[in-house]
Design a protein around this ligand. Structure first.
Ligand code: NAD
Length: 496
């Protein structure tokens, strides 16, 4: 089944059947591929090839670079169904979310195509007569993308489409848990590149491997930007290496996202939003809802409605019309159980959270999503556990709710359900949510590509995707041109 999909996407059996690293589908534990992971010392050759590609690609006019990305977007449209299915096999995402992830790739390609004609600089008023100043943006160099298992293809596209139109080659190290989708993306890209004469060889490369390959990319002086998505632990290890050689990084790390639910909120809307953002993707999104901060006046009612919605959720094979698929692996299941034990020790009352479908899928890790009523924002609540656990905390005063929202080390996404304009505006103000994303009357997950995506504090501070995130993939140059016959100095300095 998976071989058919892989071959349809252009991945040859030598690439996915002949290595010694097994790839297991979280759907049923079956081995769906065997790939070869690179050794640390093999990375340098890929970076050297990328550096060579940069010399040619940075000279191709940006709108032509955009044309390559436009064609890639078209190929993704043609293969959306197969690539989406492969995402489901490799991550356990339900069909709609696998397809959604490919749609996100298509959307960012469209965005980048537009961008390729809009890499605008500035003209700046000079204080000196007969001078003008401007600011221009130039291609940066080799971009390394390190990605997490839970968005195995979208994160690469979020980085690669803008990086390419900005004039840079990309070297991608996907998660070792999801190498097959990476091989498929690369095969589709190479198909487009083969018919685009201006595109140099090795414009896009995949380096399969684990942490050592990521570290080699972080350490290589020819890599100008490392865009890394994953846990805060990973960011803490990687960031000092990149900073030590004064290169750039975009860090997209863990989240611990909250919803403040106020008495004026539309509760029907809120319950639906909670359901999608807390249990969707089996709680394995960086933007998953993990903390519900609900006003005491509606707390009991909301919990009761959530429990009945949770009981009705269809859990099972993600390609068979269910809403919740499996966790990625046994380690994720064990981390979830450890968090639930700790929550009980800290006074929490747990609903759900058990393993299910073990007879049908003995080698896979399906769970019922958990709701945990907590007496306080204790240690376990402050930690990101990458599983469907929703901690519920009560509040009485809006200011107290904002303090709880901001009272964790992560700062990715947040949201408020309220029909009170004062609360809404306060939440989005300088004294409101401290997160990179602050939504009103929608959940914290499911971002569109048009906005800059990322978060503060332990989330790493990076921004990628829309808005002006493209500037991270270019170097800024300030130009001053003297078209006069004099040589006046700035600040009126006379040097005769
Ligand atoms: P992970 O940190 O285990 O791995 C992420 C990637 O980093 C993998 O490719 C891995 O091989 C690599 N890596 C790990 N240690 C490294 C090191 N020391 N140096 C270089 N590379 C290293 O994360 P995961 O389990 O794959 O994904 C889940 C985590 O990712 C969660 O914390 C989630 O919140 C986060 N995430 C964040 C975003 C975001 O945009 N903020 C998006 C998706 C996932």
């Amino acid at each position: 089944m998976v071989s058919r999909v892989l071959e349809g996407l252009g991945v040859s059996s030598t690439e996915y059947q002949q290595g010694d690293h097994p790839v297991h589908s979280p759907i049923n534990g079956e081995c769906i591929g065997r790939v070869r992971l690179l050794e640390r010392d093999e990375v340098a050759a890929s970076v050297a090839r990328a550096a060579e590609a940069f010399q040619a690609w940075c000279q191709v006019p940006a709108p032509r670079r955009g044309e390559l990305v436009r064609r890639f977007g078209d190929v993704l449209r043609q293969h959306k169904a197969e690539l989406g299915e492969l995402v489901s096999w490799e991550t356990g995402k339900i069909q709609a979310e696998g397809l959604g992830e490919v749609q996100e790739m298509i959307d960012i390609c469209d965005f980048a195509v537009g961008l390729s004609r809009q890499l605008y600089g500035l003209t700046i008023a000079s204080e000196r007569p007969g001078h003008h100043m401007r600011e221009t943006w130039h291609p940066l160099g080799v971009v390394a993308v390190i990605s997490a298992f839970n968005f195995p293809v979208a994160v690469w596209a979020w980085n690669t489409a803008p990086a390419l139109v900005c004039g840079n080659p990309v070297v991608w190290k996907p998660s070792e848990k999801t190498p097959l989708t990476a091989l498929a993306c690369q095969a589709l890209f190479e198909r487009v590149q083969a018919e685009f004469p201006e595109a140099p060889a090795h414009l896009s490369q995949v380096c399969l491997g684990g942490r050592a390959v990521g570290e080699a990319l972080a350490d290589d002086p020819r890599v100008a930007l490392v865009s890394a998505t994953g846990s805060t632990r990973m960011g803490r290890e990687l960031a000092p290496k990149v900073a030590a050689r004064f290169a750039r990084s975009i860090l997209e790390l863990g989240g611990n996202n909250a919803m403040i639910l106020t008495p004026s909120a539309d509760l029907d809307l809120a319950v639906r939003a909670i359901l999608f953002s807390a249990v969707g993707t089996a709680g394995q999104r960086c933007t998953s809802l993990r903390r519900l901060i609900v006003h005491d006046a509606v707390r009991e009612e909301v919990i009761a409605r959530l429990k009945s919605a949770y009981r009705a959720i269809r859990i099972g094979h993600p390609l068979h019309g269910n809403l919740v698929g499996p966790l990625i692996d046994k380690a994720a299941y064990e981390a979830m159980q450890a968090a639930l034990r700790q929550a009980r020790d800290e006074g929490g009352v747990v609903f759900g959270g058990e393993r299910c479908l073990a007879e049908e899928f003995p080698e896979a890790w399906y769970v019922t999503p958990a709701i945990v009523e907590m007496p306080a924002q204790s240690a376990v609540v402050c930690r990101e556990t990458f599983a469907p656990i929703l901690y519920v905390l009560g509040y009485r005063d809006f200011a107290e709710a904002v303090v709880l929202n901001n009272g964790v080390s992560q700062g990715l996404s947040s949201c408020l359900f309220s029909n009170d304009v004062r609360e809404a505006e306060t939440f989005m103000s300088a004294t409101g949510s401290d997160c990179g994303i602050a939504n009103i009357n929608i959940g914290p997950s499911g971002a569109e590509i048009g906005g800059a995506f990322g978060g503060e504090k332990d989330t790493g501070g990076g921004r990628e995707s829309g808005s002006d995130a493209w500037k991270a993939y270019m170097r800024r140059q300030t130009n001053t041109v003297n078209y006069s016959r004099e040589l006046p100095l700035a600040q009126g300095i006379v040097f005769d």
